[in-house]
Ligand binder design. Structure first.
Ligand code: DUC
Ligand code: ZN
Ligand code: ZN
Ligand code: ZN
Length: 483
């Protein structure tokens, strides 16, 4: 049965125009005036935009002694409710586990997804087996590999492992991602704070100052350049990391930065709340920062030095957070945001004049579709694209509250924030999943989106390969040894 979205204004990353959109077989089949179809969706007064893509979520992830609370069903349902039609989750092998074995577990979990999804593969350990399996992972449509520079003793990789993995990415046409925080310094600061009796959630933010992120971002950027590969820095939260990205881009490196909606609008005063639960519920890594850093992130989105807004959606219940009573290092790290990313960014970005509507589409959908090599199947309103579409009503408003959210947790870090701009309809491959506040999302509808490797185009700035290429110096006088 064909559908037409009628009477709206199409907004893409590069233009805005009035036209109808016809959908058939899950794809956009025609864009034009006065189109007709079996079913009409009224978009009068609305913007018709590519559905959001959240490239950074952790659904049902084993982490810090527990599992993140939203699974692929509640997570993707939350996304759809807020206009996000695709998520990219992190497949996380435990150290010594085969990447392919972990992938099989993730495939099982994602069979519940209500919207399309893809994975990044995490490199949590290094061996010849991992080296070999990376090729198979790319063959299976996963062209991105994540590296944790923090979580010492658990997920963290050392520089030698990161350098080896980045070179492997370069050879395979894959893009490395980094969680940029200096895990050694964090671990030292955590122990110092605990020893001094600072065991509350505020100490979480003291243990992860912006410098640990700036140092790690810069280190990863330099290593990526030496490995001749582009780099994507996840959850860029501070000026120091942004500065490293800006500088690298200015020099001609392909480095991307991803602020989270949480870091753009919530600040570190949340950790000073008298209520332990309130502060612990906001514990994530990197932690919320002060206003100076927020201004830097907004400026980066406006100037193009930062390209993508994500959530790092990793939700934990009140009880899970309480695992860290008496020791902040045991509070599971993570906050939710899948349902709120687009309405909050629209309200604080577009409604305030910080972002144009086209920039909004770019940072919530199109840029990441291009970076992850799935454009224009995703992130575009063009004939032939998947009909992942949000019909956005700029006049619909609500106050964000955990009382009516899709996430299974009991609280919401954006609680009480008024948003103006919400989906009238969200369509996933042509199916209406959300119609105003009615949720019609179906578990199992979501499909895996395979992504091809990239053409290896990066040209390293570093001359280390030439400079250290074997050019043995022939010497005449060699001192005798062992005398
Ligand atoms: N940070 C979080 O807050 N949660 C999940 C993983 C991460 O890096
Ligand atoms: Zn488990
Ligand atoms: Zn991270
Ligand atoms: Zn994450």
């Amino acid at each position: 049965m064909s559908k037409v979205i009628k009477g709206g204004t199409i907004v893409t990353a590069d233009r805005t125009w009035k036209a109808d959109v016809k959908i058939d077989g899950g794809k956009i089949v025609e864009i034009g005036d006065n189109l007709s179809a079996d079913e009409v969706l009224d978009a009068t007064g609305c913007y018709v935009m590519p559905g959001g893509i959240d490239p950074h979520v952790h659904l049902e992830m084993p982490f810090m002694g527990t599992h993140s609370a939203d699974n692929f069903e509640s997570g993707t349902r939350a996304g759809l409710s807020g206009g996000t039609t695709m998520v990219v989750d992190f497949c996380l092998p435990s150290p010594n586990q085969s990447l392919l074995e972990a992938l099989a577990i993730w495939q099982q979990k994602s069979s519940l997804a209500c919207a399309d999804y893809s994975y990044h593969m995490a490199i949590t350990w290094w061996s010849e087996q991992v080296f070999n399996e990376m090729a198979e992972v790319v063959d299976r449509g996963i062209n991105t590999f994540k590296h944790f520079m923090a979580y010492k003793g658990a997920l963290m990789v050392d520089d030698d492992e990161m350098f080896a993995s980045f070179q492997r990415c370069s050879a395979l046409g894959a893009l490395p991602l980094v969680h940029a925080e200096n895990g050694d310094v964090v671990a030292t600061l955590q122990q110092k704070l605990l020893a001094e009796g600072n065991n509350g959630p505020e100490a979480h933010s003291y243990s992860r100052p912006p410098e640990v992120e700036g140092e790690a971002a810069n280190r990863a950027i330099m290593i990526a350049d030496m490995a001749n590969v582009p780099l994507y820095v996840v959850h860029t939260s501070c000026e120091q990391a942004h500065e490293a990205i800006r500088r690298a881009r200015q020099k001609g490196m392909r480095v991307y930065g991803e602020p989270l909606i949480q870091h753009l609008v919530l600040d570190d005063s949340e950790y000073q709340n008298k209520d332990w639960d309130h502060s612990a519920q906001r514990v994530m890594s990197p932690p919320f920062r002060d206003k100076t850093h927020q201004d830097s992130l907004w400026a980066g989105l406006q100037a193009g030095s930062l390209q993508v807004v994500a959530t790092d959606h990793c939700a934990f219940t009140v009880d899970q957070k309480r695992m860290g009573v008496g020791d902040f290092t045991k509070i599971p790290n993570g906050t939710g945001g899948l349902e709120d990313r687009m309405p909050v960014l629209w309200t604080r970005g577009v409604n305030t004049g910080r972002l144009t509507m086209n920039e909004f589409v770019a940072v919530t959908s199109t840029n990441i579709a291009k970076i992850l090599n799935m454009y224009p199947r995703k992130g575009a309103i063009v004939e032939g694209a998947d009909a992942d579409i949000v019909v956005w009503d700029p006049e619909r408003s609500k106050t964000i509250s955990a009382k009516n959210q899709q996430s299974v947790i009991e609280y919401n870090v954006f609680e009480g924030i008024e948003v103006k701009g919400l989906p009238r309809y969200t369509l996933t491959r042509g199916k209406v999943a959300i119609e105003e506040s009615t949720v019609k999302a179906e578990p199992g509808h979501g499909e895996f989106v395979a992504r091809e490797p990239y053409q290896a185009v990066n040209k390293a700035l570093s001359k280390w390969k030439e400079l250290t290429a074997p050019r043995k110096v022939e010497r005449s006088g060699i001192p005798a040894t062992g005398v």
